[in-house]
Design a binder for this molecule. Structure first.
Ligand SMILES: [Cu+2]
Length: 487
């Protein structure tokens, strides 16, 4: 017998909000399929014979008519699909899925996918936590903590149904633990230090092992001394591909982007985990614009972007120019086609993942960025004095004899500040050089490059060459006259 899905239950529940559980039951009883017997084990009769079975006693005071066998003895739980985490822990694993055969690997701009090997029918990974020198963008090198040399940008890929064994070696100077965010697994594998397991001491290697009973976009991160260890870079993405993808789940390009945030005081070389606001290094897969690697697609490719956010304190409304997309999944579940909704900006809160999909039908270079303006600034945009409107000419005249290159910045905004010299090991507040001028964004910024012709996805095709007459420019005298614009 077909089960009611969690969603139909939700829908019928919503319809019955003003009524009672009886209303839900009535809605169910009206469905074509027979309601569930009170106890399937003791009710061997076939659905077709259900009408001959006396109605089961009901919990509700006034049960509705139950034409299809009276399966109304339901605890509240019966109306919900079992969470997989409530299912048996010892489900028989399916064979390990192989890239290119059983799944299309994700693209991790600036990041990496963790290699694996297969041993006795299980997929074996080895995570190594250690201290490294990490470059957020040319000019800013810092000492961070990393998974296998990747700061906030390592991705683990798996396939629904497979058995994984993940070894975790701690080469940090501190105890740690690793949590698998959003994953159904035995409680003792959940990775909260002290709660689910002993801490992993420096030098120790722990083994996590479970069978994936779900698919989707999840994350992993340190779950001990979280404020310090995640602020130092111990975050990653976990992508689980469906064992039997539905046709609508196919995409041509599948990107994985984890967002993060750090505070690195100008002139220092180590993130400060104590900061709770004013983060000045905002990352996609551990890099800031202009060091973020572009998302390269062909015109009319179907594209998925998986966003995850393991920033310390900030949500990120991720905005994509040029197309409308659909939000297709959260880290809770795939959203059915009928319930996916169109957006141009998707809010990815701390601790959430969101999948979006779209058809890249418009060639060009389209910005992809967090829409919080302070999150598209780099390091030096954050502790800057407000000089807007200040007349600094006198000051400049007095200082330039002493410091010939001195010029006060910020008097007409910060768009001019990318020209200024910066202290050693720091990056200016703004981004990088574009095809027309300096691009005044940094941080959580990337570019979706859509091209009609592309030899390879693996090389940056350069800047978009716009068809003649399709770029905004200085208004001509004839245009101004024609439209009666006086300037
Ligand atoms: Cu943001």
């Amino acid at each position: 017998m077909k089960k009611a899905t969690r969603r139909t239950v939700l829908l019928s529940g919503a319809a019955a909000v003003g009524g009672s559980l009886v209303g839900v039951m009535a809605a169910r009883a009206g469905a074509a399929e027979p309601a569930a017997p009170a106890d399937p084990e003791s009710t061997p009769s076939a659905p077709g014979a259900a009408g001959s079975t006396p109605p089961a006693p009901a919990d509700a005071a006034s049960p509705p008519p139950a034409p299809a066998g009276g399966g109304i003895k339901q605890t509240n739980l019966d109306w919900w699909e079992k969470s997989y985490s409530g299912g048996p822990l010892d489900v028989a694993p399916l064979p390990p899925g192989l890239p290119g055969k059983d799944y299309q690997p994700v693209v991790v701009p600036n990041g990496a996918t963790l290699p694996f090997k297969i041993v006795d029918g299980a997929k074996v990974f080895h995570l190594v936590l250690g201290e490294i020198e990490h470059e957020f963008a040319p000019g800013l090198k810092t000492t961070c903590w990393a998974f296998n040399g990747q700061v906030a940008g390592l991705t683990i890929e798996a396939v629904e149904g497979e058995r994984v064994r993940i070894y975790v070696t701690n080469r940090l100077p501190a105890e740690t633990s690793v949590h698998w965010h959003g994953v159904y697994l035995p409680n003792g594998m959940d990775g909260v230090g002290g709660l689910n397991q002993p801490l992993i001491a420096p030098g120790e290697t722990f083994l996590y092992e479970w069978t994936f009973r779900q698919h989707g976009t999840f994350m992993f991160h340190s779950h001990h001394d979280e404020m310090t260890q995640m602020a130092m870079g111990l975050t990653g993405m976990l992508v689980v591909h469906p064992r039997h993808p539905a046709p609508e789940q196919h995409v041509d390009r599948d990107f994985s982007i984890l967002t993060g945030e750090f505070f690195v005081r100008v002139g220092t070389s180590r993130p400060n985990p104590i900061k709770d606001q004013g983060f000045n290094v905002l990352t996609m897969n551990g890099k800031v614009f202009p060091a973020t690697w572009p998302l390269i697609v062909k015109t009319n490719d179907k594209v998925r972007i998986r966003f995850g956010n393991l920033s310390a304190m900030d949500h990120h409304p991720m905005h994509l120019h040029g197309v409308h997309f659909r939000v297709t999944a959260t880290d809770g579940e795939q959203i059915p086609l009928s319930a996916q909704w169109p957006e141009t900006t998707v809010l990815v809160a701390v601790g959430q993942t969101r999948e979006i999909e779209f058809i890249a039908d418009a060639p060009g270079d389209w910005a992809l960025h967090c829409h919080m303006t302070h999150h598209v600034m780099n390091q030096m945009g954050h502790d800057f004095p407000n000089m807007l409107g200040v007349d600094a000419d006198g000051l400049d005249r007095k200082i330039t004899p002493l410091l010939p290159q001195y010029m006060t910045m910020g008097t007409s905004g910060m768009g001019d500040s990318m020209h200024m010299a910066v202290p050693p090991n720091s990056i200016p507040m703004m981004g990088g050089r574009g095809p027309f001028a300096f691009i005044s964004m940094g941080g959580l910024v990337n570019v979706l490059k859509v091209r009609d012709r592309l030899d390879t996805y693996d090389e940056d095709p350069g800047w978009y060459e716009h068809p003649k007459g399709t770029v905004a420019g200085v208004a001509g005298a004839a245009d101004l006259r024609r439209d009666g614009i006086e300037v």
